[in-house]
Design a protein around this ligand. Sequence first.
Ligand code: NAI
Length: 482
Amino acid sequence: STTGQDFKVADLSLAAFGRKEIKLAEHEMPGLMAIREEYAKEQPLAGARVTGSLHMTVQTAVLIETLVALGAEVRWASCNIFSTQDHAAAAIAVGPDGTPENPKGIPVFAWKGETLEEYWWCTEQALTWPNTPTGGPNMILDDGGDATLLVHKGVEYEKAGKAPSVDTAENDEHRVILQLLNRTLGENAQKWTQLASEIRGVTEETTTGVHRLYEMQQAGSLLFPAMNVNDAVTKSKFDNKYGCRHSLVDGINRATDVLIGGKTALICGYGDVGKGCAESLRGQGARVLITEIDPICALQAAMDGYQVVTLDDVVDQVDIFVTTTGNKDIIMASDMAKMKHQAIVGNIGHFDNEIDMAGLAAIPGIVKDEVKPQVHTWTFPDGKTIIVLSEGRLLNLGNATGHPSFVMSNSFADQTIAQIELFTKPESYPTDVYVLPKHLDEKVARLHLDALGAKLTTLRPEQADYIGVPVEGPYKPDHYRY
Ligand code: NAI
């Protein structure tokens, strides 16, 4: 690791490898590259200080360098302890013009396999801007809402004059957050309040982070405007679905190399992520079962040809379990006790509370063994073993390298456009949660057609009149579901 410098990554000598993969990724990310070209002169993010909390991968490196190309200054942390690609982090720390001996990149705080203390320290570093008026960013780019959460909790406790005692913590992670905020309150009782005062907005990447934003908006506690990037059509209907269709099997294969064909797989949740995961495993010849709580999604699953079941009814017959719900307590320790020998258990939802890892660890006599990083066997007292991927954290980023570049080009083009919107038009976005205007969503899709050889039909003016849309779009009403 590096010390004495304004970044922390695992190994700077990986930078050249990271740079080569960034180069390859740029060609696969036509949306981001087109945005760089379009805004090269205008520099719409000049003056922006963007704190990013998002998986530090090769694709994210292309996003970061796009923000910089548009004029932004950037500080970055990963949004998961296992998701950093160390060569991508090294390349970002070194920068295109630097060397490992003379790094000239951006302050990035991320490595694969952080502890929870390190994770929250990294988030704090990304949010702490030396030599600036408020000591903080004026924009946040978030994935899952942890950076936004730290600022909001900090402000809440500063208003109250103290943070709750660490003894009140509900779990390990909560304890770490309370420790951190008790410390900052001691150091500077206005740190987060000052910092929040200059934040123009946050753009949020994922379903789970968006839930948190709407909760704060409803509670009246949201401190700055937020762009729900997840619900751009070119994000959730592509990244969540086609991204997971690619990276779910990638994660399972790299972790276990088990033959998927012929196995019985259970996907918990049939939302956007669940749909991609189900297709992914069916594509490999698995027999796929689905659990759902929503009758609409359950009916979709049935019509797509999957059997809709309850976990209880099938728990002893399934070879591969995958949770995709964004909800908690989906697979409990008592369920895992009933599974087949060498059943594989993984989660692809944002947080690690879908699988009851604490309950599993608390089973008397259970033995955990590391096969390799992010792959563990848990052996029950009766000798039965299950295989848990990424300790219950999102397995496509823990066991593999997350979504491939082309799909992330859509998500990150949405992110970049959302950053430009909130940063350059604060008067249009009073504090609330927004989605991208549809013409921008359509623009992002348009930027990706050429690369796939897709040729769009142009609407004739009479046809446009007939269906009541402008020739240049938007083509659908806001309530259209795709
Ligand atoms: P979604 O809301 O479209 O789908 C979740 C589904 O789970 C819903 O249909 C819901 O009815 C169902 N569900 C909720 N509780 C359930 C229960 N107890 N049993 C069975 N089903 C239940 O959300 P989306 O977009 O599919 O995202 C799911 C999670 O994945 C979120 O945490 C999101 O942040 C995360 N995500 C992860 C990605 C990755 O690369 N690992 C990529 C995109 C999203």
